[in-house]
Design a protein around this ligand. Structure first.
Ligand SMILES: Cc1ncc(CN)c(N)n1
Length: 234
């Protein structure tokens, strides 16, 4: 039986997040079911592609953490501050630890990672998020940050549930286990609750087209980020 959000993770389908995800249609599908993801699931992704992706992703997450820190600054309730702060901690202590561990296996230390040039895809994506965060309000920022959080949560959940995902001897299993694991699912659920609360307080209904445009741009930039990791073999 294939994974469906409605049954397997209903909160992904509900509220503002569910509406944005649905309205993105094929853009969302292209992000979630990208060939890069399939290559990790069956372990056939060339290691050089994964390495290229993961180094850029380390640098991406540093900028992403800065953007979530901006959400703490912009928040007007303690609850919203705590929610954003929980995600910043998850990024710094859990997600980036995975990147550091993989890179250590390739003989790269943290300083080596910081000395890598940022790809154009990384620059476009992170500076877009930071721009929306600086020029928009908290809801604009959280909506623009959402595809990253929700999308990888959905990818992880799908891969964990898929019987064709290779577990034994798959070099990408640690990556899959992190994004499909309880801790990350908890972060996504917390992010969804915050998004829903902000949607009410910041009047999402009356400004939905602009929010969808922000969300869709971030979703397209996610797919571009996968593309940048590929060597053309997939
Ligand atoms: C590009 C990207 N998007 C999302 C995630 C999941 N935080 C990530 N690590 N990298």
């Amino acid at each position: 039986m294939s994974w469906i959000a409605e049954r397997d993770w209903p909160s992904l389908e509900q509220g503002l997040a569910g509406r944005l995800r649905r309205d993105c249609g094929t853009d969302w599908e292209r992000f979630i079911h990208h060939p890069f993801v399939r290559g990790m699931a069956d372990g056939t992704l060339p290691e050089a592609d994964f390495q290229r992706f993961l180094i850029q992703d380390y640098l991406y997450l540093i900028q992403y953490a800065r953007a979530y820190a901006l959400a703490i600054y912009k928040a007007d309730t303690m609850e919203d501050m705590r929610s954003a702060s929980g995600i910043v901690s998850g990024l710094l202590d859990t997600e980036l630890a995975l990147h550091i561990a993989y890179c250590a296996g390739w003989g790269l230390c943290v300083d080596d990672l910081h000395n890598q040039p940022e790809s154009l895809e990384l620059l476009a994506y992170t500076r877009f998020i930071l721009d929306r965060g600086q020029t928009g309000d908290l809801l604009d920022l959280i909506v623009t940050l959402a595809p990253c959080l929700i999308g990888y949560g959905e990818i992880g959940a799908r891969l964990m549930a898929d019987p064709t995902t290779r577990r034994e001897g798959n070099p990408y299993w640690e990556w899959i286990a992190l994004y499909g694991g309880e801790k990350f699912v908890g972060l996504v659920d917390a992010g969804l609750r915050t998004l829903e609360a902000l949607a009410g307080r910041y009047g999402a209904e009356g400004r939905y087209p602009a929010l969808l445009a922000e969300f869709r741009t971030a979703v397209k930039l996610e797919a571009a980020f996968w593309n940048a990791g590929r060597s053309g073999m997939l």
